[in-house]
Design a protein around this ligand. Structure first.
Ligand code: ATP
Ligand code: MG
Length: 395
């Protein structure tokens, strides 16, 4: 049997040519999401609507499909529908009655309203007549139901288009814009709580995500790297495949440790992370960097520190969590499913060499002066780090 879902998306934001791009990208992302269910499927576009057909078997579960579609940005509502090819009115009434019976077994005292929409103006009944006649058929079958046109418990929708859709459940989608409609950004992805959330939030606005992780073996283990891959995989359920660049940062970190004041280590390290991320971004078509920073969270995220970090960046740095408290970030990470992985206790390359008292108000001129201590060897180390970039395609 085929189960059909009607996909609702926000149409207000769409004008002219953008609408086509938006729908095309949405269809691509929907296909990516339902392909994982390993079932026969079809995604159809018709008359400003997107329909998803899924073939079932004994193990079929609507919730699985709804979960998959719930990961697609751009979707505002997911509606399991009864889809009729035939527009014969008796058939519509019968299907509506069956739907109410099957979906609401405990219907004593419930109220409902029929909301017909006739997109095909040649249909022989107008929406008012359809509302009245289907309503009557339902009341005949289930006298225990009542009609309430103002605040019904159940809204039964009937759409008369090329095909007929009957449904009463609209499950909220994640909203946002389909990934691929807003260019590409480079996420600095660590194993922490914040950066996966930052990637999710920017992707939600339609941005395709690449990622870079700075790895410092043997100070950071293979398991710490695997944790980042796992986080990228969870985020990729929303964003589509992520090209994860793993950069070996050990020699750069050691060199900074050797040559620069230890209380400035973190800030100088972060400046090198930004420089390297930016080079990869420029080479791979990303238009901005994305980090999980939030003002004042740690010493390297004060306004002064962020100013020092920003100074090396020639492209915009997007920090979607900038005004969030930690508990608000944790809430989102729980919602999107990254939290449990983020809190696994593996080393983080930023914390290995961290000073006991890092500067909280670094002065840019001082930082730049101390960075000159690196002049002799740093370019070669950055070059090697870029040349040995390991790209993992995570999906
Ligand atoms: P997170 O939870 O994302 O690790 P954090 O609170 O630990 O954040 P920092 O360690 O100061 O914060 O890092 C700030 C941001 O810098 C991170 O959100 C991330 O975007 C980036 N970052 C930090 N370490 C790395 C790393 N090893 N590889 C890639 N990006 C990193
Ligand atoms: Mg971190």
């Amino acid at each position: 049997m085929t189960h059909t879902f009607l996909i609702k998306y926000a149409e207000i934001a769409l004008k002219g040519k953008n609408r086509h791009l938006f729908e095309e990208a949405l269809v691509q992302q929907i296909k990516y999401a339902v392909k994982k269910l390993d079932r026969e499927y079809a995604v159809r576009r018709a008359q400003g609507r997107i329909y998803v057909d899924i073939e079932d078997d004994a193990s079929y579960d609507d919730d699985e499909v709804i979960d998959a579609l719930g990961h697609v940005f751009g979707i505002v509502g997911i509606c399991p529908i009864i889809s009729l090819e035939d527009d014969d009115f008796e058939g519509i009434c019968r299907a509506a009655v069956e739907h109410m019976g099957a979906e609401y077994p405990d219907r004593e005292g419930l109220t409902f309203k029929v909301n017909a929409r006739r997109a095909r103006k040649d249909y022989f009944k107008d929406s008012m007549e359809i509302n009245a006649d289907v309503g009557e058929a339902i009341l005949n079958a289930y006298p225990e139901l009542r009609v309430d046109v103002h605040h019904p418990d159940i809204n039964l929708y009937i759409e008369i288009r090329e095909t007929i859709s009957i449904y009463s459940k609209v499950i909220p989608g994640p909203g946002g814009m389909p990934v691929g409609t807003s260019g590409k950004g480079m996420l600095l992805l660590s194993g922490g709580i914040d950066s996966p959330v930052a990637g999710y939030m920017v992707a939600k606005r339609g941005v395709k995500i690449d990622a870079v992780y700075f790895h410092a073996p043997p100070y950071t283990s293979e398991r710490a790297k695997q944790k980042v891959v796992d986080l990228a995989r969870i985020v990729s359920a929303y964003t589509g495949p992520i090209y994860l660049h793993v950069i070996n940062f050990t020699d750069i970190q050691m060199y900074i440790y050797e040559k620069c004041p230890h209380d400035e280590l973190t800030i100088i390290m972060r400046r090198y992370m930004m420089r390297i991320a930016q080079t990869i971004a420029q080479e791979t078509g990303s238009m901005g960097l994305i980090t999980g920073e939030s003002i004042g969270q740690v010493a390297s995220q004060t306004m002064q520190s962020l100013a020092c970090t920003d100074e090396v960046c020639e492209m915009p740095v997007y920090r979607p969590l900038i005004g969030f408290d930690k508990n608000e970030i944790v809430e989102i990470s729980q919602k999107i499913g990254t939290f449990e992985t983020s809190i696994l206790p593996f080393e983080d390359c930023c914390t290995i060499f961290v000073a006991k008292h890092p500067v909280t108000k670094p002065k840019l001129d001082v930082i730049i002066r101390h960075e000159h201590n690196l002049d002799e060897g740093i370019d070669a180390l950055v070059k090697t780090a870029l040349e040995t970039d390991e790209v993992i395609i995570v999906k």
